[in-house]
Design a protein around this ligand. Structure first.
Ligand SMILES: [Ca+2]
Ligand SMILES: [Ca+2]
Ligand SMILES: [Ca+2]
Length: 145
């Protein structure tokens, strides 16, 4: 569950969520490719086919600045929802460590970037490859495949 939520959260940073797990298999394959492509387009800033922790943090920080509608440096539930994240209330409840009802970049991005690497980088080399991401996206979209 943790893994699935992390991937959804990270994917939501890069593109609006679309489709569902009920897609036909071939369509699901295209969906996996689209999600992976979109993720790499947004996160792999030097386009070497690998996403590093620094690239992820930079992209997340840029996305945070764009999504921070009231420019208070914090992400409230409405702002998270506006990013296309379905379970914004749950995410705020989970991550709001100082209980001010909003997520600071540290409460939000630090968690996401860290989990992305801890949970997606299965071979623990500090870099996420296409293969790493595809494996996790597939597992989330097509659990029986
Ligand atoms: Ca890269
Ligand atoms: Ca805000
Ligand atoms: Ca907070």
């Amino acid at each position: 569950m943790k893994l699935s939520r992390t991937l959804l959260a990270v994917t939501a940073l890069a593109l609006p969520l679309c489709g569902s797990a009920t897609l036909a298999a071939d369509k699901a394959h295209q969906d996996v490719k689209k999600r992976v492509d979109a993720l790499f387009r947004h996160l792999d800033s030097n386009q070497d086919g690998r996403i590093t922790r620094a690239e992820t943090e930079a992209a997340v920080a840029a996305r945070f600045a764009t999504a921070d509608g009231d420019a208070d440096g914090q992400m409230n539930q409405a702002e998270i929802q506006a990013m296309g994240v379905a379970r914004a209330a749950q995410i705020v409840a989970d991550k709001d460590r100082d209980r001010n009802g909003r997520l600071s970049p540290e409460e939000m991005d630090g968690e996401w970037a860290m989990r992305l690497f801890e949970e997606t980088d299965e071979d623990r080399d500090g870099v996420i490859t296409r293969a790493d991401v595809e494996k996790v996206v597939k597992r989330n979209l097509m659990p029986q495949n």
